[in-house]
Write a protein that binds this ligand. Structure first.
Ligand code: ZN
Length: 461
């Protein structure tokens, strides 16, 4: 009895005296931790210690256990832990137009369906409900950061912050009257108020989003860049998405879309170009020289038959290349696992080269590559001590994931968004073992279904 008691006292003393048993907020233990750090280190098994908003250590589980203690431990010992996925191009509320008009070319799709539908339905309420639905889908499929361009962007920012996601959110500026601005000048004033309201937010980076060069005149494009530079915020635009856009630029400006924007001083670090499908080698060099981030959106480009972005050329040139889904109306989901798979397949198919965009490169594009494209590589995109704790844990036990030889192969070629079990952003657990902590699933879905009735009626008229 006395010996037992002594043993208990000694054990307690050892535990208390263990040097470095620092108290942190969350510890996540995984079968494998894919860090995406510079050495592309993979730990099997591995664990991540999180304190507040930051990662404090990544190591073997026993090492983490000997150094840290936390009120919450997430046991993902049968799962793979990796950096949260970064979607570099979407229009979150467009989930409300999912499946409304499919199987059309971009200009017809935009001008006959999407722009009229938006004119009749887009409101602060629409944007709020749509963003919540998009956030639900993103959290459930492992996206932790997204870049957005839409209207009433302050409502998107509020809903994103409430859901706990990180966002680079661009207020759209467009030449014709839209739901939140009658003129581009009004849109710019709205963008400025939005920037002022959110520029110090820990999760939201406000941005200015001129829709495209074919939907804005020169004065508006220049004013967008000037506004962004005044506040040191990003500029997001669509670039060279279709051959029609190239034709427009040639007729109107006698040059390529990229070179026209270069000629008006549009490009610089902190600009993000979505698509970049129809670019020349000279265009790619301009984008590289100016430090422009490019979002590749393979699913949208395939569905709208826009063309194939020269991904291998971008990669060879060292352009910061991220991966996006584009809006759900042209995809039709926000699942970044599918985007990674399609990015890999499309590059192989287009180049007649099965070695193009291997799994590890597709994973780079959705993690550290996306962070670079957004200029956020010092804070997110990889699991490293000192970076923000944005990470996911993914199940690897489905029939289609068995056997498991190479987790990176499985993440790209067989994993789906639904396999994500846990999503953490800025150190906060948004979903643990599929249980949501910031959104009420039933309410989000019911609100969206109620709003869909109005959307359908508006489009029928
Ligand atoms: Zn887009």
């Amino acid at each position: 009895m006395r010996a037992q008691l002594t043993a208990v006292i000694v054990a307690a003393a050892v535990a208390a005296a263990q040097p470095g048993r620092r108290s942190v907020s969350v510890i996540v233990i995984g079968r494998t931790v894919i860090t995406e750090n510079a050495a592309r280190q993979i730990l099997s098994p591995g664990a991540v210690a999180i304190s507040g908003t930051d990662i404090v250590a990544i190591d073997r589980p026993e090492t983490i256990a000997s150094r840290y203690t936390a009120p919450e431990t997430i046991d993902a010992r049968d799962q793979v832990i990796l950096p949260g996925l970064i979607n570099t191009h979407t229009h979150a509320p467009m989930v409300m137009f999912r499946g409304l008009a499919d199987d059309l070319a971009l200009m017809e799709w935009l001008q006959k369906y999407i722009f009229p539908a938006e004119a009749k339905t887009v409101s602060p309420e629409f944007v709020r409900i749509g963003t919540r639905l998009a956030a639900l889908e993103m959290i459930e499929s492992g996206t932790t950061t997204y870049a957005d361009m839409y209207y009433f962007e302050e409502e998107i920012a509020k809903a994103t912050r409430e859901a706990g996601l990180r966002g680079v959110l661009g207020q759209t500026i467009i030449q014709f009257p839209v739901a939140d601005a009658k003129t581009p000048v009004e849109g710019l004033a709205r963008a400025e108020r939005f920037i002022q309201a959110f520029r110090d937010d820990p999760l939201i980076i406000p941005a200015v989003a001129p829709h495209a060069l074919y939907t804005n005149d020169r004065a508006t494009l220049v004013a967008c860049v000037e506004l962004a530079r005044k506040y040191h915020v990003p500029v997001i635009t669509h670039l060279a998405e279709t051959e029609d856009e190239v034709r427009f630029a040639r007729e109107r400006h006698q040059t390529t879309p990229t070179q026209y924007l270069e000629s008006i001083g549009f490009w610089g670090p902190g600009t993000l170009a979505a698509h970049g499908v129809w670019v020349t080698d000279d265009d790619v060099q301009i984008l590289k020289r100016r430090g422009v981030g490019v979002s590749h959106n393979p699913e949208s480009n395939m569905k709208l038959a826009s063309g194939t972005a020269p991904v291998t050329t971008y990669l060879a040139a060292g352009v910061a290349l991220g991966l996006g889904t584009d809006g759900a109306a042209s995809n039709n989901d926000l699942d970044m696992f599918e985007a990674m798979r399609q990015a890999s397949f499309l590059a192989k198919h287009a180049n007649h080269d099965p070695t193009a965009v291997p799994a590890r490169i597709a994973l780079d594009m959705a993690t550290i590559g996306g962070a670079r494209a957004l200029g956020l590589q010092d804070t997110i995109g990889s699991l490293e001590a000192g970076k923000r704790a944005d990470l996911i844990a993914v199940s690897m036990s489905a029939a289609r994931q068995t056997p498991l030889y190479d987790p990176v192969s499985h993440l790209i070629y067989v994993t789906r968004g639904d396999d994500v079990r846990t999503t953490i952003v800025n150190g906060k657990v948004l979903m643990n073992d599929r249980l949501l902590r910031t959104l009420d699933r039933a309410t989000v879905i019911a609100d969206a279904n109620r709003l869909a009735v109005k959307v359908r009626d508006a489009v029928r008229q």
